[in-house]
Design a protein around this ligand. Structure first.
Ligand code: CTP
Ligand code: MG
Length: 251
């Protein structure tokens, strides 16, 4: 099966509040996007990488990632392209899925393809998680990465607790999330027709619109944090320092 990794970097990073979208900020000397692209470039199971940027910023990413052939060739050999995303995350995912479909059709290879959808906001994704996702796609149509929650989680509404699900049934979702291309394409087609649905990830789209499709769970890692606020970048710097020796083989 051909595997395409998509790095979703089409957001504006409003909660982070920097002058530039957070995926262009540096962590240990490299931008978040470069960390993600480097991880997938190094992953043996990944064939190609597609990067999604905010409209008007694709040239910036191409320059950063060395997509234009320099004297030494492209910096990341699996980088297939940089495209513009949508206004919302699901809009960006839809554009990416369509671009992957077009890439495969151009090669006459549309049938058997898996996509790994990854948030650029998780720059510390490790090789073990990527390999587990690719392996799980061998016999699963949909795959999610998640870690058990150590906090008790409660559902609340208007400042009042309503239900408290058992903690051992609760997980925090991470990315990548992996799907057979026809499955995620169909789920997003159905979601698009529902204006009230604003999913924050892609497993949520499959769960809601294709509930008959089981989503395999792959263990995530506390190392694979999401950069949302400035303090997260400080935590990531610390994690990068601690794990710099074993990042490729570790979490
Ligand atoms: N994303 C995207 N296209 C969008 C919105 C988000 O590709 N239209 C990407 C982001 O770049 C990020 C990932 O989806 O890598 C997860 O989104 P989030 O952490 O919410 O990032 P932002 O939307 O950029 O941040 P904020 O919600 O604070 O504005
Ligand atoms: Mg967002």
């Amino acid at each position: 099966m051909r595997i395409v990794a998509v790095v979703l970097a089409g957001g504006s990073g409003q909660r982070f509040g920097a002058d530039v979208p957070k995926q262009l900020l540096r962590l240990g000397g490299r931008t978040l996007i470069e960390h993600c692209v480097a991880a997938f470039d190094a992953a043996p199971g990944v064939d190609e990488i597609l990067v999604v940027m905010p409209p008007g910023r694709t040239a910036e990413a191409e320059k950063l990632l060395g997509a234009a052939d320099g004297a030494d060739g492209p910096a990341y050999r699996k980088l297939a392209g940089v495209i513009e995303g949508g206004v919302t995350r699901p809009g960006s995912t839809r554009r990416a899925i369509a671009a992957v479909g077009a890439m495969l059709a151009a090669d006459g290879a549309a049938a058997d393809c898996g996509v790994l959808l990854h948030d650029a906001a998780r720059p510390l994704v490790g090789q073990r998680i990527i390999a587990d996702c690719v392996a799980a796609l061998g016999d699963a149509d949909a795959v999610g990465v998640a870690v058990p929650t150590s906090d008790t989680i409660v559902v609340a509404s208007d400042g009042v607790m309503t239900t408290m699900p058992r903690r051992d049934s609760l997980f925090r979702c991470q990315t990548p999330q992996a799907f057979r291309l026809p499955v995620i394409t169909r789920a997003h087609e159905l979601a698009r027709a529902d204006p009230d649905f604003a999913p924050t990830d892609d497993c949520g789209v499959v769960l809601r619109y294709l509930p008959e499709v089981p989503i395999r769970l792959v263990p995530g890692s506390e190392h694979n944090i999401k950069i949302t606020y400035p303090r997260d970048l400080a935590i990531a710097e610390t994690l990068l320092g601690e794990h710099s020796g074993n990042k490729e083989t570790g979490t």
